[in-house]
Design a protein around this ligand. Structure first.
Ligand SMILES: [Zn+2]
Length: 183
């Protein structure tokens, strides 16, 4: 009987720090699971900056949602062939959103003709909506651009763009979903 109580006490004492630890780490994980995203209406007007959950899905879930090319580019850091993408030379007026999670990424007002065969922009619609990551693959030092909410690979950014930023966001059409302004 006494032995039972002692061991239960010991178990409780042993459990307490574990419970606290679990709570603390759960809170930390929750914080890391959200991201601040600027939301835009279909006219390209900023609505507000919202803290939203990051979107994490398994490869199988992404494969179900995306075409094979969209999956290869966004989830496997692929690159579509130059001039093969549907937005490479498009000059339609509107917004480009993430093909995976619909986060607004680029406004056509910042799109320019780079001649590279990939849709090119001189800035994202909001800095916090994209994440820049150093990419050392292919023996080059490049800066990869990802969707901040779902980590979709979008393309790369290079320091040889036009004014006013001097940047060239070289994107894959397969990562983007265009909608005409106001639609
Ligand atoms: Zn996304």
């Amino acid at each position: 009987m006494i032995r039972g109580i002692v061991s239960r006490r010991a178990a409780l004492l042993g459990l307490l720090p574990a419970v606290f630890f679990r709570r603390a780490s759960a809170a930390a994980v929750t914080k890391g699971k959200t991201v601040k995203i600027a939301e835009f209406d279909s006219s390209g007007k900023l609505i507000k900056v919202l803290e939203v959950d990051r979107i994490e899905k398994t490869a199988a879930e992404w494969q179900q949602q995306l075409t094979p090319l969209q999956f290869q580019v966004t989830r496997k850091q692929g690159t579509e062939r130059a001039f093969s993408g549907k937005y490479a030379t498009s000059h339609d007026d509107g917004l480009y959103r993430c093909i995976c999670c619909a986060t607004a990424l680029f406004d056509s007002k910042t799109k320019f003709e780079s001649g590279t065969g990939w849709p090119s922009f001189w800035q994202p619609i909001a800095k916090q909506n994209v994440k820049e990551v150093v990419d050392g693959s292919l023996g080059m030092q490049r800066t990869e651009v990802e969707c901040a909410r779902c980590a979709a690979h979008l393309g790369h950014v290079f320091p040889d763009g036009p004014k006013p930023t001097g940047l060239r966001y070289c994107m894959n059409s397969a990562s983007l979903d265009f909608a005409s302004r106001g639609h």
